[in-house]
Write a protein that binds this ligand. Structure first.
Ligand SMILES: Nc1nc2c(ncn2[C@@H]2O[C@H](COP(=O)(O)OP(=O)(O)OP(=O)(O)O)[C@@H](O)[C@H]2O)c(=O)[nH]1
Ligand SMILES: [Zn+2]
Length: 186
């Protein structure tokens, strides 16, 4: 499990290192607060998000299913600063094997709540759906703003990074891919 005591100690050290007084009133509870926060935003490290996809129904629908505009908040693993935006997940079931719509968002959430790279997050979502549902195809698009590019460093607020992972029929058929991308853009 996440070691909150260790986080508390580390945050106290960071406060000391920047020249703050960790014992002043406003900061006294900060290490414990940050520890609780990290426990929450890194909880995905302690679950296997793929398991949400065990909930499978049979429904004779061999057309595209798209859940779009799923809000995501993740943490860039290089700077431990948030990146946030939207995820769009489309798949085409095989032999009527579909999962609950919320489960797609749960998979996104489970992989997002870890120190991440946007590319890896995108790939992990697509590959877990391919493994569990064995669909005809999967397409995942993530658009996000990285705070490590906005509040520090190169400082380009408003810039967005878009990543995609395309599998199966979405990769083979340009028309299928175009249909999904048009629905995402709408
Ligand atoms: N590919 C990828 N890069 C990321 C992601 N999040 C942050 N980065 C980049 O990780 C890189 C780390 O580069 P470094 O040169 O090691 O770190 P840095 O000196 O802080 O770099 P600058 O951000 O350019 O100031 C930066 O270019 C970030 O923009 C991500 O999700 N995917
Ligand atoms: Zn970063």
């Amino acid at each position: 499990m996440i070691d909150t005591e260790k986080i508390e100690k580390a945050v106290r050290m960071i406060l000391e290192a920047i020249g703050e007084d960790p014992d002043r009133e406003g900061l006294r509870e900060t290490p414990a607060r940050v520890a609780r926060m990290y426990k929450e935003i890194f909880c995905g490290l302690w679950e296997d998000p793929e398991l949400h996809l065990e909930k499978i129904f049979t429904e004779e629908h061999e057309e595209m299913i798209l859940v779009k505009d799923i809000p995501i908040y993740s943490m860039c693993e290089h700077h431990l600063l948030p990146f946030f935006g939207k995820a769009h997940v489309a798949y085409i079931p095989r032999r009527g094997k579909v999962t609950g719509l919320s489960k797609l968002a749960r998979v996104v959430e489970g992989f997002a709540k870890r120190p991440q790279l946007q590319e890896r997050l995108t790939t992990q979502i697509a590959d877990s759906i391919m493994r569990r549902l064995n669909p005809q195809g999967v397409l995942v698009v993530i658009e996000a703003e990285h705070m490590c590019m906005t509040l520090r460093g190169i400082r380009k607020p408003g810039s967005k990074t878009i990543t995609s992972a395309v599998r199966g029929s979405f990769q083979r058929s340009e028309a299928t891919r175009a249909e999904a991308l048009a629905l995402i853009k709408d």
